[in-house]
Design a protein around this ligand. Structure first.
Ligand SMILES: Cc1ncc(COP(=O)(O)O)c(C=O)c1O
Length: 459
């Protein structure tokens, strides 16, 4: 019988994060100041982030020590298990072996606490007392509320209105951990009030919620902003997933042929895959596949361009794949994948041909989620279901080609707070949505005024 779960002991858990900036085949292009459009320096970010995190953001050190205080909190649920989806393999009648890293075992139910814990820690040692943030599906808001309560900081969360209405239990989780969660756009910020004036029924977007959280952080005492994805230091913290997975795969003498993850801002995907991208840079052959929704096809259809991370144009201009900072995606149930941009590090690795991307529609994702729930027993987050849909396609291809291969994917979160989405799917109320070309073109208009990033050759 195949081994179902592969564990690491606490002693075996990695003590350093991996920073892919040390191994990038093409140098990263700098973020630009939102007004001057010139490269920014660390000082420009200090109203938003503490200096120790800014240093990590620009660091090119390959390995970064995980502080003892962070390890102590990680041990609440880490190391997370690596699991074999042998019942799914059997159901699909495939020669492929399917493994997944189960990040749903964290108290908040996803990979997000992997960076929430260190971000709160670094803010705390800098003397910060309060953090603001945005949340889409509510997973990140829960993770930051959890981390803030563990370190004794206050937490204010701006939650995208459509998710706020869809997921009342996420709000209650945040409240239980002491977080203050409001729907965005909210009357609590000047930008939120303006959005509500223009459209009182606005369903919100991650870009709007980020603008509100940044405005609050800049205008409140002893407060900084915390971002759950996109930025370099977030990708570094999440590398714990892939570093553990490599040790666990080694224990069963396996190495993946294909690594798969879903993509919103890129953090769970980067977390699992960047340690493998490193192997690929140094000559290993494998495929590394990012899966996004057809409703928000950032990498598959957006250009690589300089763009703001938020709707109100307050963040630096980042070199990334983007659908335009004014883009408001359809309120699909995978709220965490509804972001107009994606991690600059990931974007550069896509340009370098190390990562490939594909998109998947909402119904296909839920169908995959249902198959997984009815074979492996686990009800996954709607975001994760996008990765599972791609895994199922790979496994079917292996069957058709009669080829054994090893697939590894990231089970980024459970879906126990997302059952209204499953209900809509089971009741036949969900529809597919692909972004019309005309809407995309309209949203990309704003980018014409910004500097263009260079497409640099690989070293
Ligand atoms: C369970 C889950 N998976 C994936 C994502 C997408 O975010 P990222 O691309 O940063 O991993 C989210 C975001 O909220 C999420 O909650």
């Amino acid at each position: 019988m195949a081994m179902k779960k592969i564990f690491l002991t606490e002693e075996e858990m990695p003590r350093k994060w991996y920073n892919i900036q040390a191994d990038m085949p093409t140098p990263m292009q700098p973020p630009l100041h939102p007004q001057t459009q010139k490269p920014i320096g660390p000082e420009d970010l200090s109203a938003i982030f503490p200096m120790n995190l800014i240093e990590q953001e620009v660091s090119t050190e390959r390995w970064i020590d995980i502080p003892e205080e962070v390890l102590e909190k990680y041990f609440i649920w880490r190391p997370s298990p690596l699991q074999r989806a042998d019942a799914l393999e059997k159901y699909l009648d495939t020669p492929a072996k399917i493994y997944f890293k189960n990040e749903s075992v964290s108290p908040a139910g996803s990979h997000k606490p992997n960076t929430a814990i260190p971000q709160v820690y670094y803010n705390k040692v800098s003397g910060i007392k309060r953090l603001t943030t945005e949340t889409g599906a509510g997973q990140w808001g829960c993770a930051l509320s959890l981390a803030c309560t563990l370190f004794g900081l206050e937490c204010k969360i701006y939650m995208v209105r459509s998710s706020y209405d869809q997921k009342p239990y996420r709000q209650l989780m945040m409240k239980t951990w002491g977080g203050n969660c409001v729907p965005s756009p909210s009357p609590d910020t000047a930008f939120g009030r303006k959005m509500l004036e223009d459209d009182p029924g606005c369903t919100g977007s991650l870009g709007i919620a980020i603008s509100e959280a940044v405005e609050d952080a800049i205008s409140s005492p002893n407060t900084r902003y915390s971002l759950g994805s996109v930025l370099n230091h977030v990708m570094t913290h999440q590398s714990i997933i892939g570093l553990e997975a490599q040790k666990q795969m080694e224990k069963v003498n396996e190495y993946p042929d294909v690594v798969i993850g879903c993509v919103g801002g890129g953090s769970n995907f980067a977390g699992l895959s960047f340690p493998y991208v490193r192997d690929k840079i140094f000559g290993k052959e494998m495929r590394i596949v990012a899966v996004e929704p057809t409703a928000c096809p950032t990498i598959t259809r957006g250009p690589f361009a300089y763009d703001y991370g938020d709707t109100a144009a307050m963040t630096p201009l980042l070199p990334m794949f983007t659908l335009g900072h004014g883009f408001i995606p359809e309120p699909i149930h995978a709220g965490g994948l509804r972001y107009h941009g994606v991690s600059p590090l990931m974007s550069q690795l896509v340009l370098d041909g190390l990562i490939e991307s594909e998109s998947c529609n909402q119904l296909q994702a839920y169908e995959a989620g249902l198959i997984f729930a009815r074979t492996e027993g686990l009800v996954c987050a709607p975001e994760t279901n996008h990765a599972i849909a791609a895994v199922i396609e790979e496994a079917k291809k292996a069957r058709e080609e009669g080829k054994a291969k090893t697939i590894l994917f990231n089970l980024s979160g459970h879906g126990l707070m997302d059952l209204t989405g499953y209900d809509s799917f089971l009741e036949g109320k969900l529809t597919d949505y692909s972004l019309p070309e005309s809407e995309l073109e309209k949203s990309l208009e704003a980018l014409k005024a910004f500097p263009k990033p260079d497409i640099l050759p690989r070293k």
